[in-house]
Design a protein around this ligand. Structure first.
Ligand code: TYD
Ligand code: MG
Length: 459
């Protein structure tokens, strides 16, 4: 027998190479090439299972753009308002959604809760390749949804799953997870890039042709043990990431790509003993401070999609014993912190070159917008100077390299949120002020970092 050909596939971008290299030539990522058996299609004639599903394709007709009838995108709610918000208003028939996230973050829990709510009115099919039906039933008991009308299928062979789906005609088909699926038409192991790509593309085709909502669950692992779902992102309509710190109860769901709605919208959940609970007013949760007026703590007015979010930023600045003092961030961009510390040195006169600086965003939130700059700096300085900031003070604003405070997006929404949560003072960029008045809130608009520092620390 001829030796099976091997190829090396990149787990990040899916590119294939005949030889192993440390870096993927296509996407530039390191250590992502995995050896696999070269994908050899078994001829359709010799594999009746493979041939069967080519049958449901309707004839492709050429249409004029003007004649395509658009009835508006019908959507139906997923049962969870926070999930609907991220989806852009609800599930769209025929759309394919990829739900990614670290193992154990709560993907299966979210899916089961949503399916239980959906099953009232819709036909749902939950395909589980990872867990047995008993395990799902146990989880359902824990979630209190054991009586929901959800159909389960414990299988991981694509052809037989599609067989069942064609007969069963679900409105919503969930596959948990895509990495456990395999098709007989390929020889490589489940979870390999080739299998993941092929099974996903067949499911996408099935969804489009039968107007079924297909939700694919995918794992992301740093070690690359399973093919990352990154290769799938191009194929699907919507990519959602479920994130959060393992030891925090908060879970954020974020749209990375959405053909039917805005991206960067977030939904917030809290993981409890009885499943995920929606958090409709996240700001109030993230800034539940245990210690009033601690040094190094500042409330930042951040923005996620269309939603302002108040989060607490904490810093610790401490004398360093290292030649290169540490700059450690959690939930923030490390490079940005280094840049901000340089700005503070030049334009506010505080040199932190011999100090370790640690900055953390509480609650496992990730803030990646420049509007966080001013809050980060005030928090760092509060720790450095050992001076508390008022607990009823909130801050937002971008800091430029020349020490100016630059306006940010959606200033008004942020101001309203601060007002709503009962803060008394807000330090913000002058450029965002434009005639905004508030009775309850003292708005302090600043132009420069120096001015902001002076006001914050009453100098
Ligand atoms: P799970 O949905 O299985 O994660 P994933 O499918 O993303 O791998 O969730 C696993 C974690 O959630 C597990 O550590 C236990 C926890 N959990 C709760 O805290 N409360 C609950 O009600 C449930 C069902 C799970
Ligand atoms: Mg799971």
């Amino acid at each position: 027998m001829a030796k099976a050909k091997t190829v090396y596939s990149c787990t990040e971008c899916g590119a294939q190479f005949p030889k192993w290299t440390g870096q993927c030539q296509e996407c530039g990522d390191w250590n992502t090439l995995q050896e696999e058996v070269a994908p050899q299609k078994v001829a359709a004639a010799t594999n009746p299972k493979a041939a069967r599903f080519e049958g449901f394709a309707p004839k492709a007709d050429v249409q004029k753009l003007q004649t395509v009838s658009v009835k508006g995108t019908p959507r139906f709610g997923s049962g969870l308002a926070e999930l609907d918000r991220v989806l852009g208003g609800g599930l769209v028939p025929g759309s394919v959604i990829l739900l990614g996230g670290d193992p154990g973050i709560g993907k299966s829990t979210l899916i089961l809760q949503s399916l239980a709510l959906l099953s009232d009115k819709n036909n749902t099919l939950y395909v589980t390749g990872e867990e047995s039906a008993e395990q799902i039933a146990l989880r359902a008991q824990r979630l209190g949804v054991q009586d929901a009308d959800v159909s389960l299928l414990a299988d991981n062979q694509l052809e037989s799953i599609l067989d069942v789906a064609v007969q069963y005609k679900p409105d919503v088909l969930v596959v948990d997870s895509i990495q456990t699926l395999y098709t007989d038409t390929l020889q490589s192991a489940p979870g390999s890039v080739a299998q993941v790509r092929e099974t996903a593309s067949r499911l996408v085709r099935f969804g489009k042709q039968t107007k079924t909502i297909v939700i694919l669950v995918g794992h992301v692992t740093k070690e690359g043990a399973l093919a990352g779902p990154r290769v799938l992102e191009h194929m699907v309509d919507t990519v959602l990431y479920f994130e959060g710190e393992q030891n925090s109860t908060f879970r954020l769901i974020r749209a990375i790509k959405n053909r039917f709605g805005a991206v960067n919208e977030i939904g917030v959940f809290a993981m409890t003993d009885t499943g995920l609970k929606e958090v409709s007013n996240p700001s109030a949760m993230f800034i539940k401070r245990t210690q009033e007026d601690a040094t190094g703590s500042v409330v930042l007015v951040s923005q996620e999609g269309t939603r302002p979010l108040l989060v607490e930023v904490q810093s610790l600045v401490d004398q360093s014993s290292l030649a290169n003092p540490r700059r450690v961030t959690v939930g923030l961009d490390n490079q940005r912190l280094a840049m901000l510390l340089a700005v503070v040195n030049r334009h506010a006169g505080y040199s932190l070159h011999d100090q370790d600086v640690f900055v953390n965003v509480i609650g496992g939130v990730k803030v990646h917008e420049p509007a966080a700059d001013l809050a980060i700096l005030l928090s760092v300085l509060s720790s450095y100077k050992n001076r508390r900031l008022d607990s009823d003070l909130a801050v937002f604003g971008e800091v430029g390299l020349t020490g100016e405070i630059r306006p940010v997006q959606r200033g008004l929404d942020r101001i309203r949120e601060v007002e709503k949560l009962g803060f008394r003072r807000l330090i913000m960029p002058k450029g965002n002020q434009s005639g905004v008045k508030s009775k309850k809130l003292e708005i302090i608009a600043v132009n420069t970092l120096e001015q902001a520092v002076r006001i914050a620390f009453d100098q």
